[in-house]
Design a protein around this ligand. Structure first.
Ligand SMILES: [Fe+2]
Length: 137
């Protein structure tokens, strides 16, 4: 229930970005394992801190590659990233004020749903454009 398995359905066809997505899923799975073990408080803070650092890096990389490839839906994708990054940042602020205010199981469900949906719908849309550029001679 709390473990998300990366599989080929989640591939965007670019190893660099697939590896980023694997790292994000790995962080989610660390949180999921802590929820299952019944003591997720410290892990929640660690995952939130690590997630926000990694999310900023990953979103920046994706946007740089979309821009370089001339992807025509970059503005909407960038906006989707910004909303998510702000949401995660707000969660971190809430957690820092009061760790009990962030329920780890809810956080895990929210982040998993968002990430899987984002990869399968929004990221999947840039795949043909970026793959064409990345694999071009
Ligand atoms: Fe994305």
């Amino acid at each position: 229930m709390f473990i998300v398995a990366w599989n080929q359905d989640l591939s965007v066809g670019i190893d660099h970005l697939d590896n980023h997505h694997r790292r994000l899923i790995d962080l989610l799975n660390q949180l999921g394992a802590a929820v299952s073990a019944g003591n997720p408080r410290d892990v929640t803070g660690m995952v939130l801190g690590e997630l926000i650092r990694y999310v900023y890096y990953h979103f920046g990389e994706e946007e740089r590659m979309m821009e370089a490839a001339g992807y025509d839906d970059l503005a909407a994708h960038r906006q989707s990233h910004r909303i998510m990054a702000e949401h995660v940042r707000a969660l971190e602020v809430t957690y820092d004020r009061d760790p009990s205010a962030v329920v780890a199981a809810e956080l895990h469900a929210f982040l998993s749903d968002w990430l899987i949906h984002h990869i399968r719908s929004e990221d999947a849309r840039y795949a043909p454009c970026l793959c064409q550029k990345t694999n071009a001679p």
